[in-house]
Write a protein that binds this ligand. Structure first.
Ligand code: URP
Ligand code: ZN
Ligand code: ZN
Length: 463
């Protein structure tokens, strides 16, 4: 056999198994898995001795090249996917925004034109719906047929992104009918707005008031309402960027009742807390994102939720804004700080380090959280999210013993700070392949802008 690439001597880990095997790749796909596969005239042999051979990461929550609060997220599809690749992520699902008065098709076309010719990793889109007259409700199935099989709705940001409960319910019924997933930003925007106006009137303008005006109860209430609406509509619901134990309890109760309710959390909620917002001067602005950081005790509850499948996915909500030029917009008023933080590069290592290396869960659970379950929930499986014959050869050769210290000085995201500055992590991607092509080899970048492909996702099937 003449394989394009043969990975030898490694330990393959999937969501279910860990075993010693060689992995052969041809035409961008995994074509054989076994011991002592013939080397023949392989174009390339990669030695993974002492390392894991893992599925490429799938980050289902990024905002590249996204207009927000009078500015634009700092990574575009080239710089963002390059940073993702360095961190072991080979597919991401970004959000195409439909602004008021627009068709959903316009959102899809706009985001396609941002990504095509630039993206280095493969990509797909969710569509954010901010306006749902009947014509747009009727448009939803067409997008699903074209591979945009999930829609994000907001219960927060009144006047900007927020949808009323009636529209949410209509979208959920349409999703149920056509096999789409509803992703929900669950915070009670109306109540939060009252707290925000009160804080401003009292002269409370520092970054930490962003967090103090968005209580965990506002998140839990919205999660509970989203679940109730989805139950009435007969649709699945996926809670994005879940940040608190209060919200987690609502998800756990719904899952215990057997409802198709899913939730993700993000590394920032597992590693950072309210205390980080109290740094000197304007430092707290680095951590202004939504939902906000919580008291420290929530972190262990979230880790525990990941372990016990009360939470199914870790995404990043990567939405970077430079500290010096962009976060600065809100120096005198926390409501003007662009909401979002950078993270697409460090999810794999942070979750391996805090999850597996710290003894909280197995390498198989890690793979499930960062690759397999995201692929299953969002219609990418089995093409992506696992190592199996016929799957895309999106593979990370991962050195579980290599430590590194996260820093803005060495990261690849186009942003001037790191939320995890100085944090030491155990476990680092050595080699990253996308459909068999080398993207990253050690510290060297080997990818090409534009080589990433749009992936048409299938409809939702119960996970
Ligand atoms: O603060 C955040 N999370 N910015 C991105 C938009 C969103 O709500 O996900
Ligand atoms: Zn959101
Ligand atoms: Zn987001």
């Amino acid at each position: 056999m003449n394989f394009d690439t043969l990975i030898v001597n490694g330990t393959v880990a999937t969501a279910t198994d860990t075993y010693a095997a060689d992995v052969a790749i041809s035409g961008g796909k995994v074509v054989a898995i076994g011991t002592d596969l013939p080397r023949g005239n392989c174009k390339q042999v990669l030695d993974a001795k002492g390392k894991y051979v893992l599925p490429g990461g799938i980050d289902v929550h990024t905002h590249l090249d996204m207009p927000f609060g009078g500015t634009r997220s700092a990574d575009d599809f080239e710089t963002g996917t390059r940073a993702a690749a360095f961190g072991g992520t080979t597919t991401l699902i970004d959000f195409a925004i439909q602004y008021k008065g627009q068709t959903l098709r316009t959102a899809f076309d706009d985001w396609m034109s941002k990504a095509q010719g630039r993206a280095i990793t493969d990509y797909a889109f969710h569509c954010i719906i901010t306006d749902l007259p009947d014509a747009q409700l009727e448009e939803m199935p067409a997008l699903v047929r074209e591979g945009v099989s999930s829609f994000k709705l907001f219960m927060a940001y009144p006047g900007v992104f927020m949808l009323d409960d009636g529209s949410i319910f209509k979208a959920m019924r349409q999703a149920a009918k056509h096999g789409a997933m509803i992703c929900m930003h669950a915070e009670n925007g109306g109540a939060i707005d009252v707290l925000v106006q009160q804080a401003l009137a009292e002269g409370k303008t520092a970054p930490k008031y962003h967090a103090l005006t968005r209580p965990t109860t506002a998140e839990a209430e919205a999660v509970s309402r989203a679940i109730a609406l989805a139950e009435m509509a007969g649709s699945p619901v996926y809670i994005v960027h879940l940040s608190s134990n209060d919200a987690l309890e609502k998800v756990r109760e719904a899952r215990d009742r057997g409802l198709p309710v899913y939730a993700e959390t993000c590394p920032q909620y597992l590693y950072l807390s309210l205390e980080d917002m109290e740094g000197p001067g304007f430092e707290g602005a680095k951590y202004v994102f939504t939902p906000p950081l919580r008291e420290k005790w929530h972190q262990e509850k979230l880790w525990n939720g990941l372990k016990h499948d009360h939470l199914q996915v870790v995404s990043t909500d990567h939405c970077p804004f430079c500290f010096k030029e962009q976060k600065e917009l809100g120096r005198n008023d926390f409501t003007k700080i662009p909401n979002g933080g950078p993270g697409v590069e460090h999810r794999y290592s942070l979750i391996y380090s805090g999850g597996v290396a710290a003894g909280r869960f197995s390498v198989n659970r890690f793979v499930e959280l960062v690759a397999t379950t995201p692929a299953k929930i969002f219609g990418l499986y089995p093409r992506k999210g696992t190592i199996a014959i016929g799957s895309d050869a999106d593979i990370v050769i991962f050195d579980a013993n290599r430590e590194h210290t996260i820093s803005a000085k060495t990261h690849h995201m186009r942003v001037d700070y790191s939320m995890f500055e100085g944090m030491k992590v155990k476990g680092t991607p050595d080699i990253v392949l996308s459909r068999g092509r080398m993207l990253v080899n050690g510290d060297k970048f080997d990818g090409k802008p534009g080589s990433g492909e749009f992936i048409k996702r299938s409809t939702f099937n119960l996970v």
